[in-house]
Design a protein around this ligand. Structure first.
Ligand code: 0WD
Length: 276
């Protein structure tokens, strides 16, 4: 018997096998969940690269449907939720694992970011969560669980994270407001703040490899989080095991977020050529 037997949900944000959304999905599948997925629309419908990539990954899971969705388009979002209503009737959970900022605006400095880049990054990375919460409400008449992915750069300055840090602040605030508004209907809304995981998106973040070394040297557990750990914690927050947790940002980062300075044994490890 699995924690998600008889439960149905929507997954936004699988790009490939390294995606955090895929790791969480694997755990949900193991626990018996029935899911539907979206993928980024393909520019050339004759060569459906995005669709095929996601299809290959989710085909063997109890997939109800897979359809394109660009979260900047209300029509795409409406179509996904209409399809979910048609296929599932009601749903129990939604995963938001989406972020984007134009590379030219992400490299920083933050004060130099363009107006259009700011708008697009905020729209895709933060507004989309609000859009999903609003649409999920009608499909969760007797409660449910909504989860998004965030990063410590939304709470503290993490050099290199730049504009995405502002987006994550907005995302975490949206999580709290939506948790407050949807709580009376039994809908929980949470954020999982993951330590660095190598994915396509993370490669766009400046000094990412240096960040991995930093976590290994500074975090209480002296290591980086492994993707399956993010998968399990994500599954937990979406499940009934977390039935009294809402409005929360849960850090799944080997404790890195509690450190205010380097541990004694880390001094010297980050020097150039130290090979940490
Ligand atoms: O270290 C990391 N990888 C961390 C990631 C640490 C902490 C948090 N996160 C967050 C990210 O900020 C994001 O919110 O986790 C979430 C998932 O990120 P990921 O798994 O690292 O990255 P990836 O596999 O690239 O998935 C993000 C996906 C996009 O992938 P691509 O690579 O195609 O940009 O977000 C989706 C898309 O599938 N996406 C969109 N979906 C719908 N409409 C859109 C859009 N307009 N833009 C991007």
């Amino acid at each position: 018997m699995g924690f998600f037997d008889g439960k149905r949900g929507l997954i936004f944000g699988i790009a490939n096998e390294y995606s955090i959304a895929y790791r969480i999905t694997q755990q949900l599948h193991e626990q018996g969940a029935e899911m539907a997925f979206t993928h980024l629309p393909d520019k050339d419908p004759a060569r459906p690269k995005n669709a095929n990539k996601v299809k290959k990954l989710v085909d063997s899971m109890k997939t109800k449907f897979l359809m394109p969705c660009d979260v900047t388009k209300d029509a795409d979002l409406d179509a996904v939720f209409a399809k979910a209503k048609e296929e599932f009737g009601t749903i129990d959970f939604v995963l938001h694992s989406i972020a984007f900022a134009p590379p030219a605006d992400l490299v920083g400095p933050v004060y130099a970011c363009s107006r259009d880049g700011f708008k697009l990054a905020m729209e895709i990375s933060a507004y989309s969560m609000i859009a999903l919460c609003g649409r999920s409400k009608d499909l969760m008449p007797s409660g449910g669980s909504i989860l998004c992915l965030t990063y410590l750069g939304g709470e503290k300055v993490i050099p290199g994270y730049n504009l995405m840090g502002l987006c994550k602040s907005a995302l975490e605030s949206a999580t709290e407001y939506c948790a407050s508004e949807l709580g009376p209907q039994g809908i929980r809304v949470n954020a999982l703040s993951a330590g660095p995981v190598k994915t396509v998106s993370s490669q766009g973040v400046g000094e990412f490899d240096q960040m991995l070394k930093l976590y290994e040297a500074f975090s209480p557990m002296r290591r980086n989080v492994v993707p399956d750990e993010v998968g399990k914690s994500g599954m937990f927050l979406l499940s009934d095991m977390a039935s009294a947790i809402t409005g929360e940002t849960l850090h799944v980062d080997c404790g890195y977020h509690v450190m205010g300075g380097p541990p004694h044994d880390a001094v010297g490890k980050l020097a150039p050529g130290a090979g940490a």
